[in-house]
Design a protein around this ligand. Structure first.
Ligand code: SAH
Length: 459
């Protein structure tokens, strides 16, 4: 049967797509339905029909899924952030576990029974809210001319007012309300993306979970804040306030932060700790947004690395050196490689701050630095840890790893499709998949982190 636009159909939701949409099938014809939850029976209206599949709009939930729950946030449908908030948390974890499992089978080519024998229980969060230590709130103006802040409605740039995102820290709301009040009182205009006029573009808020330190950075289309003392006085009174700064961004761009930061109050950085290592974080630093789950991932990576204390470890895609520094105390020597020079600056500074001397960091692409060091200088590795971006590892990086032949490779991944592709390569080249586990760093979203151990057969 073929469907066309405006047809209404009834379908049971059997799967969830990459963006959290419900997926149902009628006689092999696939329907993608936003806001439908796994297990729902729904009626939906076809909006865009293709030969094999269609995008449809949820009309009515005819029989709610047993996994459907009342979402905590009233805006979860309009906001792109929490695609699966209407699904119970246990079911979310099961869904994520299955997603990784299926990719290991489909893309990695592993046998289903084998995958089941090596996959560990998922590690989730309790509660699955308030876990993000960083948020960037856009500012705008409502129809009445009042300043507002909140989030962009999914895939648009129109702001829905909400200062109380359920994924962020509780302090966000108090800080944002303070800023809105100040803007009203002193007539400080929000930036308007269309005209390029107005002042306040975004406000970045960060919190050190371990220290309670708070950072606020105003991103402005100008060089200073009018009546600056007034807003500083109010924000300073919020317990934990450690750093208030400006980021100047006068370009017409979607890039949020400007390059120049000016300190208005307190210190330039806040501190946080993960696994006993202290990190200094500036408004521009990269830092893991869910430090609680991150520490659990690093613990698992450490367990998989099975170190004796003498090893040479390479940490590829090392960011600000979080994994490198975490492992440094347990090994002989760590080498970190990262493409972003500023991140390596931070990594070195963090090493110094923690008195760690057995780490060395290199700026560059993993697929260039590693071959160069190996082919020209003959470096070796007992263990290699990789934590690449979504696109996974470059093949040159993988082939060099194979040539270096470390006993163990620990692969941390935020995309199980590219992870599975890379594992296939490594397994075809002498490695064995030993263990795989998933970690829920982004509860209520469709994202999932995995940590995998592969070992070399002949070692
Ligand atoms: N391991 C770090 C960061 C992982 S995020 C942590 O746990 O915090 C992935 C990192 O890979 C980013 O910092 C990104 O800048 C870096 N990156 C992206 N492509 C790269 C490449 N080709 N070579 C080296 N690093 C790269």
């Amino acid at each position: 049967m073929e469907y066309k636009k405006n047809d209404i159909c009834q379908v049971t939701i059997e799967d969830i797509g990459a963006d959290g949409e419900g997926i149902g099938k009628i006689d092999g014809y696939t329907l993608f339905i936003k806001d439908a939850v796994l297990g729902d029976v729904v009626s939906a209206k076809i909006m865009k029909a293709k030969k094999q599949y269609a995008f449809a709009r949820l009309e009515k939930v005819l029989q709610p899924s047993p996994f459907r729950i009342e979402p905590k946030c009233a805006f979860h449908k309009s906001c792109g952030g929490c695609q699966i908030q209407a699904m119970s948390y246990d079911k979310q974890l099961e869904f994520k576990q299955n997603k990784v499992r299926n990719n290991l089978i489909r893309i990695g080519g592993f046998d289903p029974d084998f995958v089941d024998s090596i996959m560990e229980a998922p590690v989730g969060m309790e509660p699955p809210f308030y876990y993000r230590n960083k948020a960037q709130f856009p500012f705008g103006t409502d129809k009445e001319g009042n300043p507002i802040t909140g989030f962009y409605a999914g895939r648009t740039h129109s702001i829905i007012a909400n200062s109380d995102c359920a994924l962020g820290v509780k302090e966000n709301q108090e800080i944002l309300e303070c800023i809105l009040e100040y803007m009203k009182e002193y007539g400080v205009p929000a930036y308007n993306e269309e005209t390029g006029k107005g002042l306040i573009r975004h406000v970045l808020i960060r919190k050190g979970f371990a220290t309670g330190e708070l950072m606020v950075c105003f991103v402005i289309n100008g060089k200073s804040l009018p009546h600056c003392e007034a807003i500083l006085n109010r924000l300073q009174n919020i317990p934990g306030m450690t750093s208030i700064s400006l980021s100047i961004n006068q370009e017409k761009t979607n890039v949020i932060m400007g390059k120049e930061i000016r300190l208005l109050y307190g210190k330039e950085t806040i501190t946080d700790t993960i696994g006993g290592i202290t990190f200094q974080i500036s408004p521009l630093s990269f830092y893991q947004v869910n430090p609680v789950q991150t520490e659990r991932i690093y613990e698992r990576a450490l367990q998989y690395a099975n170190l004796t204390g003498q090893e040479k470890v390479w940490d590829l895609y090392c960011g600000i050196g979080t994994i490198s520094l975490f492992l440094a105390k347990k090994v002989g020597q760590v080498f970190g490689v990262e493409i972003v020079p500023e991140a390596i600056e931070d990594a070195k500074e963090n090493a110094r701050l923690n008195g760690i001397e057995n780490v060395e960091f290199f700026v560059g692409k993993a697929e260039e630095v590693l071959p160069e060091k190996y082919e020209k200088e003959g470096v070796y590795a007992d263990v290699i840890v990789v934590d690449p971006p979504r696109k996974g590892c470059d093949e040159k990086c993988l082939s060099t790893m194979v040539s270096m032949a470390p006993k163990r490779i620990v692969y941390v991944s935020c995309d199980s499709a590219t992870l599975s592709r890379d594992l296939k390569y490594l397994v075809e080249n002498g490695y064995t998949l030993e263990k795989a586990g998933i970690f829920d760093n982004f509860a209520n979203s469709v994202h999932v982190e995995s940590v995998v151990l592969i070992t070399r057969k002949d070692k």
